[in-house]
Design a protein around this ligand. Structure first.
Ligand SMILES: [Fe+2]
Ligand SMILES: [Fe+2]
Length: 202
C-alpha cells in the first residue's frame, strides 16, 4: 500500500486524481447516510456523521488546489482513479449487505435501512482508519503540503460511535460486522488491484 501511495503522491496529476477520488467516495458516503436516516427519529450522532463525511469530501477537494489550481473540477471519470470501481464500491457493498441482512436476519423497511447504515458505515470506517494514516505517513515522508490529519481524528471517532450504536442494535453485532468486513475486503481488493494497474501503467 505504501508503495502505491508513494507513487501517487510523487506524481502531481495522479495525486490530484487520488484526492478527487477520495472526495467522491466521502461524498457518496455522506449521501448514503442521508438516504438511510429516518426523517423523524434521526439523532445527533447520525446528523454529525453525515455532516463530517460531507466536510471530508469538501476538504479533500480543497486540498487539490495545493497541487494544481483548478485541477479535477468534477467527479467525471477522467478526473478519478479506477473510476468504475470507485463509483460503485459503496453501492455494491450496500446491495450485498442489504441482501445479507434480509436473508440471514429477515430485516425489512426502516430496520433494514438502519442496519445497513450501521454495517456499511462500520466497514468503511474500519477501512478509513487503516487507509488515511498510511496515506498521511507517506505525505509526511514526502514533505507534501497536503494533509489529512483532521480527517483521521474524525474517522477514529466515527468508528467508536459506530461500535457503540451496533452494540445497542443487536447482540449479534460482532458476527454482522465480521461478515460485512469480509464483503468489504473483497471489494477493496478489486479496487486496489485496479488502482495498482492504473498507477503502475503510468
Ligand atoms: Fe470520512
Ligand atoms: Fe467516517
Amino acid at each position: 500500500m505504501e508503495h502505491i501511495l508513494a507513487q501517487i503522491v510523487n506524481n502531481p496529476a495522479t495525486h490530484a486524481k487520488w484526492l478527487n477520488t477520495l472526495s467522491m467516495m466521502e461524498n457518496s458516503g455522506a449521501r448514503k447516510i442521508k438516504n438511510c436516516e429516518h426523517p423523524i427519529f434521526v439523532n445527533e450522532i447520525i446528523l454529525k456523521h453525515a455532516a463530517e463525511e460531507a466536510r471530508h469530501a469538501y476538504y479533500l477537494k480543497k486540498q487539490i488546489q495545493k497541487i494544481e489550481v483548478g485541477a479535477c473540477p468534477t467527479y467525471e471519470s477522467q478526473y478519478l482513479l479506477a473510476p468504475a470501481f470507485s463509483y460503485y464500491y459503496l453501492d455494491v457493498l450496500d446491495v450485498k449487505v442489504c441482501k445479507y441482512l434480509k436473508t440471514k436476519y429477515g430485516y425489512t423497511n426502516d430496520k433494514l435501512k438502519y442496519a445497513a447504515y450501521l454495517l456499511v458505515t462500520y466497514a468503511i470506517e474500519v477501512r478509513a482508519d487503516e487507509l488515511y494514516p498510511i496515506y498521511q505517513n507517506v505525505l509526511t515522508a514526502c514533505k507534501n503540503s497536503v494533509n489529512v490529519k483532521s480527517i483521521i481524528a474524525e474517522e477514529e471517532n466515527h468508528l467508536l460511535e459506530m461500535r457503540a450504536q451496533l452494540r445497542v442494535f443487536s447482540p449479534d453485532w460482532e458476527q454482522m460486522c465480521a461478515d460485512t468486513c469480509a464483503m468489504e475486503k473483497e471489494l477493496f481488493m478489486d479496487w486496489y488491484s485496479e488502482l495498482g494497474k492504473e498507477i503502475m501503467g503510468n
